[in-house]
Ligand binder design. Structure first.
Ligand SMILES: [Zn+2]
Length: 478
């Protein structure tokens, strides 16, 4: 078994990963708030989580990794926008209809990026989960760390911080905390540490669930943070191994999630490893609608750029580094991806054994080249190094069939769709190209170099490449 290392936000250091249950791993990823198209910054988070899961599966086996994602379909923004879009529907109906639409788009987007579908998807507005959130709130209340005020329920951070450390994922100065100061918003700044909302009392025209606490009727809806505590416990139990999200979720969302679970489930450390991916900038600036640089996958597709080029671009930057998106960088990534795909296509068309290995899954993975790749991915997802290892493999003088089997094995992690290239290639090379290729081969055999060159240019005009390799002529798409 190879050792795996992750940078853990909780301890601020790179640590060896040890699952709670020897050979099984549980991962929880904070899913999207489904009120809009996911922008490329959001999608970076899911490319990262998907990579992490693929790496875990590469190490532990596919069925031994359970990936859970929640869908945040009830919070401030989904309620606000569903009312605007469906003013004539009942609030709950409007919310469900509105969020289902954006959730559908989210799964389409993630599929285009070769992001696997999680094994378990939990919806916050699902009545069964709302019950679990209510049970958790009751536990926190019974333990004395929650109070009711004006129909809502709040977590008592002041009382909590006297006994436990508040500020585990980010540094927080609790000395400024004042008893009874509350914040109702789901999202707030780090310097705004106050008692936060667990259950929000119903406002007119908002969807709500019935709730009774301490003999009081409190119709309303869950706060954002309580969702993930309850759904994480329901799907993975407590404690569990890994929790992921973007850096912007560290506080208040993840910080509060920890403390709710500490009290409500009575666990010292609800999650062992917290992994966060860094921000994405666009042309060196924060992305935002008001800066007119809010890009979605649709914008990429309108420029005829393959969404997988964006995945490739994400792989080229470590997840823990701020990534600066520019159109130029994306175009170079698209070019790099095309080159890689052509290399694999070439191997496919020249290697019979490789073809069978691909079809029947016979392993001819070369361990000399696999080891540096594995070391790179297991070193806190060092994908730039992993890509370099893949290039070393392709540049090497290893037999084509072995190269192919090895790169296809790497692609279980890279997720660049390399496995299917040969198949596509065989169906898309048109007859005319095949004829030209055959004529060129004959010209070469007759040492008619001028004619062979003319035919090569002819083939290129149609968008294909004719190359001469030690295995003979290789035709691939440009
Ligand atoms: Zn969450």
């Amino acid at each position: 078994m190879n050792k795996l290392y992750f940078y853990n936000t909780l301890t601020r250091q790179k640590e060896e990963f040890k699952p709670i249950d020897n050979n099984r791993v549980g991962v929880y990823t904070c899913g999207p708030t489904v009120y809009n198209y996911a922008h490329i910054g959001n999608l970076r988070s899911y490319v990262f989580a998907d990579l992490l899961v693929k790496i875990l599966r590469y190490n532990f086996g596919k069925s031994n990794v359970r990936w859970v994602m929640n869908i945040t379909d009830v919070e401030d923004k989904t309620i606000r926008d569903s009312k605007i879009k469906y003013p004539d529907l009942a609030p709950m109906e409007a919310l469900k209809k509105f969020t289902a639409e954006f959730e559908g788009i989210f799964w389409l987007d993630t599929a285009k990026l070769n992001i696997a579908k999680p094994d378990f998807i939990a919806h916050a507005a699902d009545a069964a989960y709302v019950k679990k959130m209510q049970a958790l709130i009751k536990n926190i209340f019974k333990a004395g760390y929650a109070y009711i005020k004006d129909g809502s329920v709040y977590f008592d951070v002041v009382k909590y911080s006297k006994k436990y450390k508040y500020g585990l994922l980010v540094d927080i100065d609790v000395s400024k905390l004042k008893s009874g100061e509350r914040v109702d918003d789901d999202e707030y700044e780090k310097d705004n540490v106050q008692d936060f909302v667990l259950w929000k009392g119903q406002k007119a025209g908002e969807p709500f669930w019935d709730f009774e606490l301490d003999g009081q009727k409190l119709p309303g809806r869950p706060g954002w943070h309580i969702e993930c505590s309850a759904m994480g416990e329901a799907a993975l139990g407590m404690p569990f191994d890994i929790h992921t999200g973007g850096v912007d979720l560290k506080f208040p969302h993840h910080e509060n999630e920890i403390h709710q679970s500490v009290i409500g489930y009575g666990v010292k450390k609800p999650v062992n490893y917290w992994l966060h991916n860094e921000h994405l900038l666009v042309d060196g600036q924060r992305m935002g609608k008001r800066f007119n640089n809010f890009y979605t996958l649709k914008d990429l597709e309108e420029k005829n750029l393959d969404p997988l080029a964006y995945r490739f671009l994400c792989l080229q930057t470590g997840y823990g580094k701020v990534m600066n998106f520019t159109w130029q960088a994306l175009e170079s990534a698209a070019e790099g991806l095309r080159h890689l795909q052509n290399q694999v296509r070439g191997l496919n068309s020249s290697s019979k054994l490789g073809f069978f290995a691909r079809i029947f899954g016979k392993s001819q993975v070369n361990s000399k080249f696999k080891n540096p790749f594995l070391e790179a991915i297991n070193d806190d997802l060092n994908m730039p190094r992993a890509l370099a290892a893949a290039q070393e493999l392709l540049k090497s003088d290893l037999a084509d069939e072995e190269k192919l089997a090895t790169i296809i094995d790497f692609d279980k992690v890279l997720g660049l769709g390399l496995k299917n290239l040969g198949k596509i290639e065989k169906t898309i090379i048109p007859d005319e190209i095949e004829k030209l290729a055959k004529a060129r081969l004959e010209a070469r055999q007759n040492k008619n170099w001028q004619e062979a060159d003319r035919l090569r240019l002819e083939i290129e005009k149609f968008g294909y490449l004719a190359e001469d390799t030690k295995n003979g002529q290789r035709i691939s798409k440009k």
